[in-house]
Design a protein around this ligand. Structure first.
Ligand code: H2B
Ligand code: FE
Length: 271
């Protein structure tokens, strides 16, 4: 019994199941809990995100990608990314299930939140927000090799078992979200979760947490912290090296069929 997975980019309309936790409406730990203005703004944005349907995006050529005087618009970023690597951002309304998130990568689609973290806690965000997506993830998707490896990992996730998805998600977490690498003997952040959270970035590169060498087989079964700073980080040689190992790890997973992506029709064919 193979779990359902998207066969065409338009079926990502069915891949927007949010993991409901850490909501400002219900969770007293959320800094926006009780802030009705913030909750209403976030609801307005998330209602739009959940209405979103896949379609060809209209690119405006006469506008900048990111400017200091306004919140960047997905359309402009997409225009830029499309030219660089063919990746596109599509709005989503929160942390997605690992299965849905990884399935999207198979189509060179990055599901991105459009709300901002609450102003009461600017240095750390236990959930994705626009700053995390744009500063942490988007630069990676503008790199052709990283884009290709991300898509490969996405393709390997399609129809995978829950156990395989859990392992992929764990390695993804420790590398793409919270990974470090060593450069000239110094620790540098490669993970999007660190690049978008100044407080945790300082913590990660200090002597306080434990640092272990990145090895997907070991990393895949490591328990992680998702509501506070990590007590343990994995260190790779470089982001390319880390993604290559993650891709290799994904390719080694058993699956009773294989998939081929057809970029002309934006479809996955199963063989
Ligand atoms: N959902 C959203 N909206 N953004 C992410 O960056 C994200 C996600 N990352 N769901 C995922 C999970 C990832 O860390 C792995 C695959 O679980
Ligand atoms: Fe992320």
């Amino acid at each position: 019994d193979i779990p359902w997975f998207p066969r065409h980019i338009s079926e990502l309309d069915k891949c927007s199941n949010c993991v409901t936790k850490y909501e400002p409406t219900t969770d007293p730990r959320h800094p926006g809990n009780g802030d009705d203005v913030y909750i209403a703004r976030r609801k307005f944005l998330n209602d739009q995100a959940s209405q979103y349907k896949q379609r060809n995006l209209q690119f405006l050529l006469d506008e900048g990608v990111i400017t200091t005087d306004r919140i960047p618009q997905l359309r402009r970023i997409n225009e830029y990314l499309q030219k660089k690597t063919g990746f596109i951002l599509r709005p989503c309304s929160g942390l997605l299930s690992a299965r849905d998130f990884l399935a999207s990568l198979a189509f060179r689609v990055f599901q991105t939140t459009t709300y901002l973290r609450h102003g009461a806690s600017p240095h750390h965000s236990p959930e994705p927000d626009l700053i995390h997506e744009l500063l942490g993830h988007v630069p990676m998707f503008a790199d052709p090799l990283i884009a290709q490896m991300s898509q490969d990992i996405g393709l390997m996730s399609l129809g995978a078992t829950d156990e395989q998805i859990e392992k992929l998600a764990t390695v993804y977490w420790f590398i793409i979200e919270f990974g470090l690498c060593r450069e000239d003997g110094k620790l540098k952040a490669i993970g999007a979760g660190l690049l978008s959270a100044y407080g945790e970035l300082m913590h990660a590169c200090s002597d306080v947490p434990e640092h272990k060498e990145f090895d997907p087989a070991i990393t895949a079964v490591q328990k992680y912290e998702d509501s506070d700073y990590q007590p343990l980080y994995f260190v790779a040689n470089s982001i390319q090296d880390a993604l290559m190992k993650l891709r290799q790890f994904a390719l080694s997973m058993e699956r009773p069929f294989s998939v081929v992506y057809n970029p002309f029709t934006q479809s996955v064919e199963v063989i």
